[in-house]
Design a protein around this ligand. Structure first.
Ligand SMILES: Nc1ncnc2c1ncn2[C@@H]1O[C@H](COP(=O)(O)OP(=O)(O)OP(=O)(O)O)[C@@H](O)[C@H]1O
Ligand SMILES: [Mg+2]
Length: 246
């Protein structure tokens, strides 16, 4: 089992869009794949049209005696399961308490599934917190989508510092550009500068309206716009990421 976390301290950078598409592509490749929507916004669950089972509480997911299997649901796609987000405020409070209780709780809980899945994709909320620390400890690779602007460079450095401060292996931290617009000088300059850092994948996702349409279709790009440039960009990036980890 190999675990990816789609993370950025910054909100609205394409974590969910990327998570939804990568997980779909992994499953389509024939890998047993699990999506864990750990963001209380529940956007990944929305795209996959799945709501959590009523009888499962947050303690069953991330508590000391959690049983992950009870929370896993099938999506409509072969090889692709999901743990949907619990969007209630109570669940969010329990999650924070449990993440503060142990920085390795997520890693421990995920081990229950080590023989059941080839890939796990965690869709993370923005922010640096005890949840982020848990996610970094649990993930084999943290994938950070980055919009090439000055503020993104700042948050990128803040995440790097967080890895150092928490003593987490920063080789896990990998990045790719999203929502790029090569007509903008700033995007070109930031990309050129950051590409010098070997953490960045070469393929990137431009700003493309087909990505936004995922919300209308409630589906990954491959399902409604397979021949689009956006779908091609996600395929190319997924191939590069996969090559790097397999
Ligand atoms: N490459 C892209 N081109 C155009 N729009 C995009 C692209 N990627 C994402 N979007 C749109 O930008 C918005 C934010 O994307 P997304 O929800 O994936 O970001 P996020 O990082 O998960 O946000 P949050 O921090 O709120 O979880 C969405 O409306 C999405 O459709
Ligand atoms: Mg999101």
């Amino acid at each position: 089992m190999f675990t990816f976390a789609l993370f950025n301290l910054k909100g609205g950078v394409g974590k969910t869009a990327s998570c939804v598409n990568f997980a779909y592509l992994a499953a389509k490749d024939g890998y047993k794949t699990l999506l864990w929507d750990i963001d209380p916004q529940g956007a990944t669950s929305f795209y996959y049209k799945v709501k959590p089972k009523q009888k499962v509480a947050m303690k069953d997911l991330v508590g000391k005696d959690a049983e992950l299997a009870d929370s896993i649901m099938a999506t409509e796609y072969e090889n692709l399961d999901i743990i949907p987000a619990d969007i209630t405020a109570k669940a969010h409070d329990v999650m924070i308490d449990e993440m503060q209780a142990s920085k390795k709780r997520l890693a421990t809980v995920l081990k229950q599934l080590k023989n059941d899945y080839d890939f796990v994709f965690i869709d993370c909320p923005p922010g640096l917190s005890s949840l982020a620390e848990n996610i970094f400890n649990a993930a084999d690779v943290v994938l950070m989508p980055i919009i090439p602007t000055t503020l993104s460079v700042r948050t990128y450095n803040m995440v790097k510092d967080f890895f150092k401060e928490k003593n987490i292996d920063n080789k896990k931290m990998t990045c790719f550009f999203t929502m790029t617009d090569l007509r903008r000088t700033m995007h070109n300059e930031v990309m050129e500068e950051l590409y010098k850092d070997k953490r960045f994948f070469e393929n990137y996702i431009p700003y493309l309206s087909d990505v936004e349409k995922m919300g209308v279709h409630k589906a990954p790009l491959e399902e409604f716009a397979r021949s689009s440039y956006a779908a091609q960009c996600y395929r190319d990036l997924w191939e590069e990421i996969k090559e790097g980890v397999l």
